[in-house]
Design a protein around this ligand. Structure first.
Ligand code: IPE
Ligand code: IPE
Ligand code: MG
Length: 251
């Protein structure tokens, strides 16, 4: 039996530096309530942290940044908070799209489009269309995203392709299955950061993060900035990725 091909770091030429960083932007609510402010203010400050972090990621030479901004489970929150979060995504894309387009950023929105209001859908499609030929930096926004939902949608698409005669079921393997994921043309994240001190994935990139290095930081998301991103990258660079093999020098 031949072994599955070993996963590799996303930027094959320099495995010590992460090419793709994913972030679970958590702690907006706690940031606000600890100051006696409404949670929505924490989310507003969270957008500022996102802006700073995208800029820092570009400056530090990353290729791809994927941020978790609204999960399929976040629908469980009060309607007022959900609509505040939707409003903030709209405001962010509207305000930053021209600049990001000029800077060569390609925007992708991961997650299901089902259940999204028409104005958000139109904006998401416009952002993806306008930036589709950009290749300097990838910004992926996971919005209405859940890892299990993504896997079920991918399975549905694979079954459909099979029924239509476009996919031989025997040819389905890890590589061919990935084509049905929202991240089909992206490398897996090398480093995943979660802020706010929680140590869980909360259904984020559960397929893609199989071999990702996880870094949990105590900082609340609205306080996050370039120094935290640098710190997480340094932690990552001090780690040894083995992908199931042996430690270097052990063979
Ligand atoms: C992250 O902050 C933003 C979203 C999940 C949308 P939270 O709103 O989860 O903040 P905490 O975890 O309640 O502090
Ligand atoms: C994960 O954070 C989702 C986002 C950051 C968008 P949550 O705050 O929703 O996660 P749990 O509920 O603490 O696991
Ligand atoms: Mg949270």
């Amino acid at each position: 039996m031949s072994a599955a091909p070993a996963p590799t770091a996303s930027n094959g030429d320099d495995v010590s530096r992460p090419g793709h960083v994913a972030i679970i932007m958590d702690g907006n609510g706690r940031w606000a309530t600890s100051r006696g402010l409404p949670r929505a203010v924490g989310h507003e400050r969270g957008v500022e942290a996102l802006r700073r972090t995208v800029e820092a990621a570009q400056k530090l030479g990353l290729e791809t940044l994927t941020v978790f901004s609204f999960s399929t489970e976040n629908w469980r929150r009060p309607a007022s908070e959900v609509s505040a979060l939707f409003g903030l995504l709209k405001a962010y894309v509207k305000r930053d799209l021209d600049r990001l387009t000029r800077e060569g950023v390609r925007i992708r929105v991961l997650g299901t489009r089902a259940g999204l209001p028409a104005d958000i859908l139109a904006l998401v499609e416009r952002a993806e269309q306008r930036t589709r030929d950009n290749a300097k930096f990838n910004l992926c926004i996971a919005f209405n995203y859940g890892g299990r939902e993504e896997l079920v949608r991918a399975a549905q698409a694979a079954i459909k392709a099979g029924l239509e005669g476009k996919l031989d079921p025997d040819s389905l393997n890890e590589d061919t299955f990935e084509q049905f994921l929202d991240t089909s043309d992206l490398p897996d994240p090398d480093l995943l950061i979660r802020t706010s001190g929680e140590s869980r994935l909360s259904n984020f990139l559960i397929w893609q993060a199989a071999y990702t290095e996880l870094v949990f930081m105590d900082v609340l998301w609205p306080d996050f900035g370039e120094s935290h991103l640098r710190e997480a990258i340094e932690t990552y660079m001090a780690r040894e990725r083995r992908f199931g093999g042996l430690a270097s020098g052990a063979a």
